[in-house]
Ligand binder design. Sequence first.
Ligand SMILES: [Zn+2]
Ligand SMILES: [Zn+2]
Length: 281
Amino acid sequence: MMFADLHLHTNFSDGTYTPEELAAHGHRHGLAAMALTDHDTVEGCERMAAACETDGIEFISGAELTAEIRGIELHLLAYCVDLHNQKLLMEVGRFQLVRQNRIREMVARLNELNVPLQADAVFAIANCRSPGRPHVARALVQAGLCGSLDEAFERFLKVNRPAWVPKFKMSALDTITLVHQAGGVAVMAHPGLNRTDEIIPELAQAGLDGLECFHSRHSTATSNHYLQMADEFGLLVTGGSDCHGMNKGRPLIGSIKLPYQHVEALKAKAAQQRAKLAPPV
Ligand SMILES: [Zn+2]
Ligand SMILES: [Zn+2]
C-alpha cells in the first residue's frame, strides 16, 4: 500500500523544518507522495521538489490560502498549481504584503500596551515572506516579554485580545477561481476545525474540488462525516497531518497516511483543469 501526506508546512511559513528536513521525515515515515502547503506562499516548492526527488518521493505543489465566505474564515488548499503562473504569484505577493503590514500593526498595538517589541525582531524570527502570529509569539518569548507561546496568545494575540488585528482575506470564490486558472485544484482544509458545514454546498457550487477529510485533529467520526459529505457533493477526498515541525510540540508528520488512490484522483482532476485552460489547437 502506498501513502501520502498532503498538508505540510516548512520554514517558508510558520513551520520549523526546512524543505530538506521535511522530505527526510517523509522518507523515514515511508511516504510515497508529499504536498507542501505553506501559508500564502509557494516559495518553498522548488526546494521541496528537489528534496523529494532525492528521497524518491513524489512531490505535489501546493499552498494553503486564507479566504472567507460570508464573514466565515476558511483555509483553502491549492494543489498541482503552476508555480510560474503570473496571476497566482501576484496575488500571493499581495497576501504576503498584507501579512507583513499586519505584523507591524500588531507590534504597534503591543507598543501602545507598553510591550517594547520591535517589528524587526519578528521579521528576523520569521525569516520568510509569510510571517504570522506564531512568529510574533516567538519574538515575545525570545525577548523575555512573555513566558510561553500560549501566554503570548492568551494575553495578546488571540482573536479579540488587545494586540489582535483582523486579517484581510480574499473571497473564497475568487480564491477557487485563482487556483483553477493556475491549473490547480482547490480543497477546503480541515473542515472539522471550522465546523461551518453550511458553507460547503455553496463552495461546491462555486467549483470547490475537494474536502480534507483526514487531518491530524479530526476524530474518526469527524473524518467519516466529511467522507460522507465529499461523497454527497461529488468532491475529492484528501488528507494530511498539517505538520508544522516542532512548532506545535511534536512533529505531526506520519500521523496521517492517505491512501495513494486519492492522490491519483487529485492529479486526474488537475489534469482535467489544465486541459480546460489549454488554448484550442
Ligand atoms: Zn489551516
Ligand atoms: Zn496548515
